[in-house]
Design a binder for this molecule. Structure first.
Ligand SMILES: Nc1nc2c(c(=O)[nH]1)N[C@H]1C(S)=C(S)[C@@H](COP(=O)(O)O)O[C@H]1N2
Ligand SMILES: [Mo]
Length: 255
């Protein structure tokens, strides 16, 4: 059923009025709001973007809130010989490629990434499988890396290519994607530290993305390459991620 445009606009304005009274940040996480937005993914994403200012920040916590242990989910040790060789050498020979629709393709070592401006944030990770954990992440804002790579005007999505095969050795490797709004969001960081220590292999060493306003599966671990594209059509199944292509997960997983 299509909602008449006027009606949708009127309801949006009512929601805006409520948000104005109670404060966006808390209400955006409220269940009723999620349910209202889940009327359809297109609508959800449009409404999310229309109703919440682009710069809305995910809630940040204090050291006292840290989970005693940040669990691992999905891959905990990639079954990939090339990855294992890099790990055995402390990732000294590892590099992140940044390519696709950029004026200045990059290859960045871990020490180069560590030398760039950094951001530390204590946030809550929510996995669709029904668990949450609060962790302290340090990394370079993805926006700073993209500033150096200089996306071309046609670039609309950032694709994360990962080192871990998902269906046994040699099989499809994890991938995910976000749009440019999330790519340049101040809390979207390429994290190399968790709780003040080098990121453990179980949590995505040497580098994983944090996209704090979205669910856990968007936070790609074991990054090897970041590719800028105009459309997701040519990325495997075309839906923008491993879980989106094969298992019906939504591409925009806003929380
Ligand atoms: N490369 C890769 N990234 C991944 C996954 C994975 O299996 N492989 N699992 C995702 C899911 S479902 C979650 S909840 C988080 C888990 O992160 P953690 O292992 O640090 O808890 O990573 C996400 N990113
Ligand atoms: Mo997850």
């Amino acid at each position: 059923m299509r909602m008449p445009r006027r009606l949708f606009l009127r309801q949006s304005l009512q929601v805006l009025a409520v948000l104005g009274m109670a404060g966006c940040d808390r209400l955006s996480r409220a269940e009723w709001f999620q349910q209202m937005l889940s009327a359809g993914e297109g609508l959800s994403r449009t409404a999310h973007k229309a109703l919440l200012p682009r710069a809305t920040m995910a809630q940040e916590f204090t050291e006292a809130d840290l989970s005693p242990r940040f669990r691992s989910n999905g891959t905990s040790n990639p079954e990939n010989p090339a990855y294992q060789a890099l790990a055995a050498n402390g990732f000294r020979d590892w590099a992140l490629k940044v390519d696709g629709l950029v004026a200045n393709p990059l290859q960045l070592s871990l020490s180069q990434l560590r030398a760039m401006p950094s951001r530390t944030q204590i946030t809550r990770h929510d996995c669709v499988e029904g668990w949450s954990a609060i962790g302290k992440w340090t990394g370079v804002p993805l926006g700073r890396v993209l500033d150096v790579a200089r996306p071309r005007p046609e670039a609309r999505f950032v694709v994360f290519h990962c080192a871990d095969p998902m269906e046994g050795p040699g099989s499809v490797q994890y991938y995910e994607s976000i749009d440019m709004d999330d790519a340049f969001h101040p809390q979207t960081i390429l994290a190399y530290d968790l709780n003040d220590s080098a990121l453990p292999i179980a949590n995505g060493a040497p580098l994983r993305v944090r996209v704090e306003r979205q669910l856990g599966y968007k936070h790609a671990k074991y990054l090897s390459r970041i590719e800028l594209v105009e459309s997701l059509d040519r990325i495997r199944g075309g839906k923008g991620g491993y879980w989106e292509d094969g298992h019906g997960y939504q591409w925009y997983a806003g929380i």
